[in-house]
Design a protein around this ligand. Sequence first.
Ligand code: ISL
Length: 557
Amino acid sequence: MSSVISERDAFLGGKVAYEIYIRSFNDSNDDGVGDLKGITQRLDYLADLGVDYLWITPFFVSPLKDGGYDVADYRNVDPVFGTMDDFDELAREANARGIGLMLDMVFNHTSDQHEWFQKALAGDPKYQAYFILRDPEPGATPEDPGKPPTNWDSKFGGNAWAFSPQMNKWYLHLYDVSQPDLDWTNPEVRAELADVLRFWVDHGVRGFRFDVINNISKGSFEDDFEGDGRRFYTDGPYVDEYLRELVREGGIGDLMTVGEMSSTTIEHCINYTKPENNELTMAFSFHHFRVDNAGGTRWSKAKANIPMLRDTFAAWQERMAEAGGWNAVFWTCHDQPRPATRFGDDSTPELLNVSAKMLPLCTFLMRGTPYVYQGEELGMTNPGFTGIDQYRDVESINYYQIMQDEGKSEQEAFEIIAYKSRDNGRTPVQWNSSAYAGFSTVEPWIGVGCNYEWLNAAAEIDDPDSVYSFFKRLIALRKAEPIIQGGDIRFLESPAPQVIAYERTLGDEHVVVQCNFSGEEQPAVAAEGGEVFVSNYKEAGDGKTLRPWEGTAYVWR
Ligand code: ISL
């Protein structure tokens, strides 16, 4: 077996990315909303943590119906987030610290406020051809437009088509009604989007994240009587071709790129990320978040099924490795609850500390590029909101109603929202114990988590036992160890249902990682002769059992 890893694996496997949800990261001008200057102010913190790339969520001109994922102008900064000069300063300062910026390109759809859609509404045929429009059935009136072209559901609830009386046409919106889908079959659309990439590359950007990029090629427009329509537009026939063209025409073949792949398959992600295909460098996939969907729906509250989690990781890790694909590995993002609450235990500070360290240990030693989501490095939890009026997210507000319409009580619907809402990850980063957690001096756009007085960056930075210090260690370890960057990976049979274990191998070296996803002792995988590589417990264990929430990796070399 070779003891040398490939150049690609050394590069991607040695990098760590950090996601910034800009509205909630740091507010520099005290208007209650995070901004670009706010990020610049925290670059030293991020450099100390050791991350290489910052994925910044959209800060482009937007009506903010979907937190900026509704873009009205791809080439300008929304005034609420700052100015182009602020951006250039951020890029300069980040690059000077060896940190690259990755921008978030929302190319499946625009905002209905985008000039292109406004021109389409006004009847301009050039721009009507930018969107996916359909004529109504004969006899339709603005009051009664009849049946939508297909029965597909919007991801945010309701039918995926909206009728525009102004155009006398239906338009497709897989997401919010204010987010019309672009028509990628139109070469002018593809050329415009490639030009947007070149614009930002000229501003010093070193990578891109592509929003729901596997939805851009709609297959056939037919009613779905088995599901919600996604099988007709997910991983569609031309996604690979469009990606190759976008990368080539956008001139981004040498940059770090990650595609957000919704409801995808491993085989498609292999194609999207195999270097010889010249598409993307890595894929974000979400199958491991299905493990706490009761009855097949995300809008449910259930304990995570750990054997299913193990099998999902095993399949994605092993199959992508065999076929030369590359995964982004992560426990959360701005669309997910906080992992310490969801997969760990936040019921006491001690349990939180140990479980919020076990989780990154489990994923950081896998094959792929780890992504840390703002506040995760502090062990931030779901915020403990108590009323629906504290939520801001369009999806959460829609589903709170939909769940009640479908028969859930107000209380049941609220508990599910409190557990699964995207707003769980969107509360301000807890910087210190002052009012509004040091995020802002005025009331933020969304409330601060209930535990900010003791759970915050200021309390953790100099504490060697903090979750923050543990993340720093894991990041440094990954950069130092080729076996983690590019070694083979094989999942081991779990000695107990609540344990996930896997092995990395490089030449004669090997590492065994074992993690206990429970508050009870569990049997361990035999590790005789191995030395502790990294652990969330200070004292070595007995080698036979894993302590509550223990994550330990052993090395043989
Ligand atoms: O939020 C979800 C599950 O928690 C997903 O359905 C999510 O909408 C999907 O992963 C796509 O997300 C991306 O595109 C959306 C935007 O609202 C999300 O914030 C973004 O990450 C539409 O642009």
